[in-house]
Design a protein around this ligand. Structure first.
Ligand code: CP3
Length: 365
């Protein structure tokens, strides 16, 4: 019985691959597939007036969510939003200044602010995200599944304590070593906030969810389990697993997570995202067909001529092999300078090469 197709999805390749079921080809989507490398994204962003207005206007967020699908035969849409909406809803005051990246007006610097921190009610403070999920689902009309997402408790804490991006995360790391109990308090609140937020996205129509642990890789071996993975595990324990008669799979991506792939695979997620430093063959061996894998082309491969892009795509597909349970993606977000034609070549190569590889296997050649 085909549950996803029954739920009205015309292309359920992503959900099948995440469930380690056979697919006709390797499904593909790209982290940051809606973004500044697309001229139509820049036009909509200009119309919105700012990145945050774009994120907070469901009709415009829906428009940019669908833009990459109009250009490339991708197998998923990812909700257009940002991980920092959650700390913003906690009252930290998110701002994006031109060319500078995110900044919080009220970072968590003293014990009193940390004691007061509370998980937001998603339907109240993050209603605009849930509206965007509902509107994007309507606009997609079952073409491909919609992926919802959140930052990991640790990655959110990095920005909440530091107040902005950082090269060394010195404020955060000082708190970790000097006052670990304060960081744990933030992480507990974040874990509750992320659980409620992802479950609200699932109830609004997200058909898969992904946790972005962009900064987990800055942690020492022991601290990764203590300060990042253990809180992700709590989230996976409480995520809604079933919606509209389909399983809602979860993906965990830790940038720089290669040393901990086996532990990530046992955290309760359905799939692990790999950055480009990961050994795909070894990861497939450890996953043993029980957990799906997503990744892991180096995003800078897209700066090379199309012939090289196609070769790079084939190398990634060969490394993962054609057994069920691989979702093609980049190892991190697509860069704003990426040529659109390189993305067309990439997605075309993944589709045609993985399809022909499967038919060759079926024919026993
Ligand atoms: O993948 C998608 O297409 C969905 C959209 C998406 C965005 N941010 C849009 C965005 C997703 C999934 C994110 C997640 C996100 N946001 C992460 C984790 C993923 C990762 O890349 O590791 C992080 C760390 C953030 C925080 C954030 N938002 C930063 C550091 C920046 C500035 C960096 C930059 O590229 O300039 C943003 C802004 C942002 N989020 C942009 C987009 C398209 C660029 C904003 C613009 O249009 O100017």
């Amino acid at each position: 019985m085909d549950l996803h197709r029954e739920a009205g999805l015309k292309n359920d390749t992503l959900l099948r691959a995440l469930a380690c079921q056979p697919t006709e080809y390797t499904p593909a989507w790209l982290m940051r597939q809606a973004g500044r490398y697309l001229p139509e994204y820049n036009a909509t962003r200009a119309r919105a007036g700012s990145f945050l207005k774009l994120v907070r206007t469901p009709a415009l967020a829906t428009e940019v969510t669908l833009q990459p699908l109009e250009r490339f035969p991708l197998d998923a849409a990812i909700l257009f939003s940002d991980i920092l909406t959650v700390p913003d809803a906690m009252g930290l005051g998110l701002a994006f200044s031109e060319g500078e990246g995110p900044r919080f007006e009220r970072p968590l610097r003293d014990e009193a602010a940390i004691r007061k921190l509370a998980a937001p009610d998603p339907s109240a403070e993050l209603g605009y995200v849930l509206d965007a999920v509902r509107e994007a689902r309507r606009a997609l009309a079952g073409r491909v599944p919609l992926i919802g997402f959140s930052g990991s408790p640790f990655t959110l804490a990095c920005y909440m304590v530091e107040g902005a991006g950082s090269d060394d995360w010195r404020t955060l790391k000082t708190m970790l070593h000097a006052r670990p109990e304060l960081l744990h308090r933030i992480l507990e609140v974040n874990a509750r906030a992320v659980t409620d937020y992802l479950n609200a996205q699932i109830e609004a129509g997200a058909q898969a969810v992904m946790i972005f642990d962009t900064w987990g890789g800055i942690l020492s071996h022991e601290d990764y389990e203590r300060f990042s993975l253990s809180y992700c595990r709590r989230i996976f324990e409480k995520l809604l697993r079933q919606r509209e008669g389909s399983r809602v799979p979860s993906i965990l991506f830790t940038k720089g997570g290669s040393p901990w792939l086996a532990a990530m695979m046992k955290s309760g997620c359905d799939a692990v995202g790999l950055d480009w430093s990961a050994d795909a063959r070894e990861a497939r061996r450890v996953a043993a067909g029980k957990v799906a894998l997503q990744g892991n082309l180096d995003p800078s491969a897209l700066f090379a001529p199309q012939k090289s892009v196609r070769e790079a795509a084939r190398r990634v597909l060969d490394a993962f092999g054609s057994a069920p349970g691989h979702v093609f993606n980049l190892g991190h977000g697509i860069a704003p300078q990426t040529p659109v034609d390189a993305v067309s070549a990439l997605i075309d190569e993944v589709r045609t090469y993985s399809r022909s590889h499967r038919s060759r296997m079926a024919a026993g050649t």
